[in-house]
Design a protein around this ligand. Structure first.
Ligand code: NDP
Length: 251
C-alpha cells in the first residue's frame, strides 16, 4: 500500500501542520485544509506541486463535500485521511448559552465524520483514517465538558468505524495526545489559569509538573505516530485509541 496521498484537516498550524509537513518531507502529496488559506498557501509554496491548499471549514457540510471532492480530484484519491481540526475551551455547566458546546461538537466530532464520509469513496483498500482525539478522550477535566465529550465521542466513533471498514481493509484509529506545544495549549493554559485565579506561568509550571516526563510534547512527535499508523507495518492496528502523552495516562 502506498501512503502517498493524504488529506489533513486543520493543517494551517500546530499539530496538523506538523503532520502535513512530515508527510510532504516523506515524499507524499497532501491536501492541506483549514480555514486560514494564507497559512495553508505557505505550505503550498514550501512544497510546490505536492501540497494543495484548500479552504474547508469542517462545520460546513457543503464546504466539506466540495473541498474533499476538489482534493480527491487533485490527488487522485486518499491513502490517508487525518481528522485533526479541533477547538477547545471551557464550557462550565452553568453557562446558559449552547453556542460554545455546539461549536466544539460540530468541529471536533461531527466535522470528523463529515470529512470521512466525503473522503471514503476516494479511499482504496489498504487506506487509513487517523482521528486526533486527546487524553481528554480518556479522562475528564473540570469545566471541559464539551471538549471531553467530543474527544470521548471521537474514540467511540473510531471503534465503530474500524469494524465497519475492516471488510474494506481500511484501518481507523484515534490518537490521544497529552499537552502539545501549540496555540491551543497556550490558550488552554491562559483560560485555565484565569479560572483558577493563577497566572499562566504558575499554571503552566503545575501542568508540566503533573506530566510524568515533565514536559509538553513537540507537534513533530505526534506527526511521527501518524506516519507509523499510515505505514504498511501498521495494517493490523485498527480500532485503537493510542495515547502519546509523556505518561499523562497509561491507558
Ligand atoms: P491549534 O489551535 O494550534 O490548531 C487547530 C487547527 O484546527 C488549526 O489548523 C485550525 O485551522 C483548525 N480548525 C479549527 N477549527 C476549524 C474548522 N472549523 N474547520 C477547519 N479547521 C479548523 O491546535 P492543535 O494543533 O493543538 O490541535 C490539533 C488537534 O490536536 C485538535 O483536534 C486538538 O483537539 C488536538 N489535541 C491538541 C492537544 C494540545 O495540547 N495542543 C492535546 C490533545 C489533542 P484554521 O483556524 O485555519 O481553520
Amino acid at each position: 500500500m502506498s501512503t502517498q496521498r493524504a488529506l489533513v484537516t486543520g493543517a494551517s498550524r500546530g499539530i496538523g501542520r506538523a503532520i502535513a509537513t512530515r508527510l510532504l518531507e516523506g515524499g507524499g502529496v497532501v491536501a492541506a485544509t483549514g480555514r486560514s488559506l494564507d497559512a495553508l498557501r505557505e505550505i503550498e509554496r514550501e512544497f510546490p506541486g505536492r501540497a494543495h491548499a484548500l479552504r474547508m471549514d469542517v462545520r460546513d457540510r457543503a464546504q466539506v463535500d466540495a473541498a474533499v471532492a476538489a482534493a480527491a480530484g487533485a490527488l487522485g484519491g486518499f491513502d490517508l485521511v487525518v481528522n485533526n481540526a479541533g477547538i477547545a475551551g471551557h464550557t462550565p455547566i452553568d453557562d446558559a448559552s449552547d453556542d460554545r458546546w455546539l461549536d466544539i461538537l460540530a468541529t471536533n466530532l461531527t466535522g470528523a465524520m463529515r470529512v470521512t464520509r466525503a473522503a471514503l469513496p476516494h479511499v482504496p483498500r489498504g487506506g487509513r483514517i487517523v482521528n486526533v482525539s486527546s487524553v481528554l478522550g480518556k479522562f475528564g477535566v473540570s469545566r471541559m465538558g464539551a471538549y471531553c465529550a467530543s474527544k470521548h465521542g471521537l474514540i467511540g466513533w473510531t471503534r465503530a468505524l474500524a469494524l465497519e471498514l475492516a471488510p474494506r481493509d481500511i484501518a481507523v484509529n484515534a490518537i490521544c495526545p497529552g499537552w502539545v506545544e501549540t496555540d491551543m495549549a497556550t490558550l488552554g493554559v491562559v483560560e485555565t489559569a484565569a479560572s483558577l485565579g493563577k497566572t499562566p506561568e504558575e499554571f503552566r509550571r503545575e501542568a508540566i509538573d503533573a506530566v510524568p516526563q515533565k514536559r509538553f510534547l513537540d507537534p513533530s512527535e505526534v506527526a511521527g505516530l501518524v506516519v507509523y499508523l499510515a505505514s504498511p507495518e501498521a495494517r493490523a492496528v485498527t480500532g485503537q485509541a493510542i495515547s502519546i502523552c509523556a505518561g499523562q495516562t497509561t491507558f
